[in-house]
Design a protein around this ligand. Structure first.
Ligand code: LMR
Length: 395
């Protein structure tokens, strides 16, 4: 049987992790996979997480099965953080715990395929390289449209309007809620309003991927676009990840939320999520969700977590400012948000930066700005100049 299989390439983002670790150079810089790093270049376990784990160690008395929906207390504790405390909208949302944001995307894609096999998902590119494969593997057709001009570091909003205007009623529109991966370029408030109006007019279903809440401008600010969209439309889906903002990457902590004005349909959709989860993973892994739950159930731990997240956010934005200040042609980096910026450079240049200068980034030219120190800005600019991607560095 296995002789029929074709060899598959390693995931190019995840392969960077090993390549970087194998590089003996002391002055190497890892701008590769999207994880937060501190001043020492480590991805530490957050203090709030350590305290929550200690609490779990002392108090958890069972690891019995939950159900396909996972820990609904975890799912519900996140709701006010994502959707806003005290809002009517909260009653029009159901959720299920998933293995990371990827699990939420996969489950959402399967729900689309089950509900409307003719639906296409509209995907603005460049996007996270796993988006299109996740939808395609769930048999959802992907309609992609190039909406960011990397040379200009600008959104081509006319392309967005054109794409959504040619979508069919019932099609799904994938939107990055904040901290666009890979470009760091988010829609402006005005553009979000226009998108909301188009979704309503064209009867399209937004599928918001919110994987970096709190790492752009702050927890509340980063959720505003999603809330604006959800207030406008009749139905929506939100894939949420706690892997970044709680630093729980390998624990795989996420949730899929469905929004509908029709409570009966919402309840039926909820049962569909549960049965899809059952055939995929039976139930999601508990430990990471239990950590998040323990944090959010404690006012003290929540405060510690929020403070740490603010520190992380400030560090990333400080790195952005340092790199932007190091060369006028990189000034755009300070205006973008989240972990990433995407340079308009060739894969040959990316390879040369790695081989000759020890600077690692995704093959597409995406940089994880959390991976650098402000003091690396000069070396990054020099390397880009040496490879012909920037004019002479400012004196
Ligand atoms: C990234 O974009 O680097 C992260 O989301 C990690 C991943 O799974 O690709």
């Amino acid at each position: 049987m296995f002789d029929k299989l074709k060899e598959q390439p390693a995931d190019s983002l995840l392969a960077l992790i090993k390549a970087f670790h194998a590089d003996p150079r002391q002055d190497k810089v890892d701008l590769g996979v999207g994880v937060y790093r501190d001043e020492q270049g480590r991805t530490p376990v957050m203090r709030a997480v350590k305290l929550a784990e200690k609490h779990l160690l002392e108090t958890q008395d069972s690891k019995r099965y939950l159900g396909p929906e996972g820990d609904l207390t975890f799912v519900n504790l996140l709701k006010p953080i994502i959707f806003g405390a005290g809002r009517d909208l909260l009653d029009q949302i159901v959720g299920i715990q998933t293995p990371g944001g990827s699990g939420a995307l996969r489950l959402g894609a399967e729900l689309v395929a089950a509900a409307n096999p003719n639906a296409r998902v509209w995907l603005g590119t460049p996007s996270w390289p796993n988006h299109a494969p996740i939808f395609r593997s769930a048999r959802v057709a992907v309609a992609d449209y190039r909406f960011v001009d990397l040379e200009m570091q600008k959104i081509d909003f006319a392309r967005v309007v054109e794409a959504l205007s040619s979508a069919t009623a019932g099609d799904v529109v994938l939107l990055h809620g904040c901290c666009h991966n890979p470009t760091g370029i988010d829609f402006t408030a005005v553009q979000w309003k226009q998108i909301a109006a188009l979704l309503v007019e064209r009867k399209l279903v937004p599928f918001i991927d919110l994987a970096y809440q709190g790492l752009g401008d702050g927890l509340e600010q980063d959720a505003e676009p999603a809330r604006l969209i959800l207030d406008a439309v009749d139905e929506a889906m939100v894939a949420y990840s706690c892997d970044k903002n709680f630093g729980l990457y390998r624990e795989r902590v996420g949730a899929l939320y469905l929004v509908s004005r029709n409570s009966r349909e919402l309840q039926i959709a909820d049962t569909n999520m549960a049965s899809l989860a059952r055939v995929n993973w039976s139930m999601p892994p508990d430990h990471g969700a239990a950590i998040v739950r323990a944090i959010l159930e404690s006012a003290e731990l929540t405060e510690i977590w929020k403070t740490e997240l603010q520190e992380m956010c400030a560090r990333v934005n400080g790195n952005r400012a340092a790199l932007a200040a190091a060369h006028p042609d990189l000034a755009f980096i300070a205006l973008q948000r989240g972990l990433f910026s995407n340079l308009a450079i060739s894969k040959e240049t990316v390879a040369a930066l790695r081989l000759k200068h020890g600077i690692y980034m995704a093959v597409t030219g995406r940089m994880n700005l959390a991976g650098m120190q402000p003091a690396d800005a000069g070396a990054i600019v020099k390397a880009l100049h040496a490879e012909g991607s920037l004019n002479a560095p400012a004196a």
